[in-house]
Design a binder for this molecule. Structure first.
Ligand SMILES: Nc1ncnc2c1ncn2[C@@H]1O[C@H](COP(=O)(O)OP(=O)(O)O)[C@@H](O)[C@H]1O
Ligand SMILES: [Mg+2]
Length: 247
């Protein structure tokens, strides 16, 4: 059984399709990268899965439950966590407190006891390499570190599915490498499945086990990275003239 299944998903904004009949499945433990040009519908896809947006039609199935119309709160409780390009952090809280919020209100119907949440937050800060800054105000951290806090917050809720939206944007090579390692280790250590929207193709090719390509809200290709990236339609749509020039 698939962990997540999208069937003929459509999302229109004032008549214009951002998602135009997307169908695919994700199995437990996979790392799936979603790539595609700007405006292809990648963020809309992730937001539809997490309940931040209501699809116009089609269905989203989580194991054997239809979650298409559930609230973002319910979907989070089922085990779906999302990290955006702009980290969602509480500026009035410390680094550790930010992650504790995730531990207390994450993947559970009941609030976690404070002592347990505290320990869980420490585990996740250790994991992202920021335990040394646990007591800092969040604003003392740079953007890259704040994204790691957001990732730690997401993981502290012990999600089964992690949705990442261009979390490597603006990182240098070293930071990109450490992010790649972290995502892979998160999957291995916490058993989380990952759907990851990414622009940095080098990162995609080194981490993804499967790539889905979106273009104008449609799935152009879906399969093994090497196979997908050789697909002529993908080269045309996604890499455009640059790819032809370098081919
Ligand atoms: N809230 C919104 N209201 C109106 N149009 C939107 C909204 N969000 C996205 N769109 C449009 O939907 C299309 C897909 O956007 P998006 O999912 O953000 O693409 P991507 O993440 O692939 O760059 C774009 O044409 C965008 O302008
Ligand atoms: Mg986007």
């Amino acid at each position: 059984m698939a962990l997540l299944e999208l069937d003929d998903l459509h999302k229109h904004f004032g008549g214009l399709p951002a998602l135009d009949g997307v169908t695919f499945r994700v199995d437990d433990g996979e790392i799936l990268a979603i790539v595609g040009p700007n405006g292809a519908g990648k963020s809309t896809l992730l937001k539809s899965i997490s309940g931040l947006l209501q699809p116009t039609s089609g269905s989203i199935t989580w194991e054997d439950t239809d979650i298409t119309r559930l609230s973002t709160h319910r979907i989070r409780q089922m085990g779906v966590a999302m990290v955006l390009q702009t980290p969602r952090v509480f500026h009035s809280l410390t680094v550790h407190e930010n992650v504790m919020v995730g531990a207390m209100f994450g993947n559970r119907t009941e609030r976690k006891p404070e002592a347990e949440a505290f320990a869980e937050a420490s585990t996740m800060l250790e994991f992202v390499g920021l335990i040394g800054k646990a007591g800092c105000a969040i604003d003392e951290l740079n953007l890259h570190e704040q994204r790691y806090v957001d990732l730690a917050r997401a993981l502290a809720g012990r999600p089964r599915l992690l949705l990442l939206d261009e979390v490597m944007a603006g990182l240098n090579d070293t930071e990109t490498h450490s992010s790649i390692d972290m995502i892979r280790t998160a999957r291995d250590r916490f058993g989380v499945t990952v759907i990851w929207v990414e622009h940095v193709m080098k990162a995609v090719m080194s981490l993804a086990e499967r790539i889905a390509v979106l273009d104008f809200g449609r799935l152009l290709a879906d399969g093994e990275p090497e196979v997908v990236m050789r697909d002529a339609a993908v080269i045309e749509a996604y890499l455009g003239k640059e790819a032809h020039k370098n081919a």
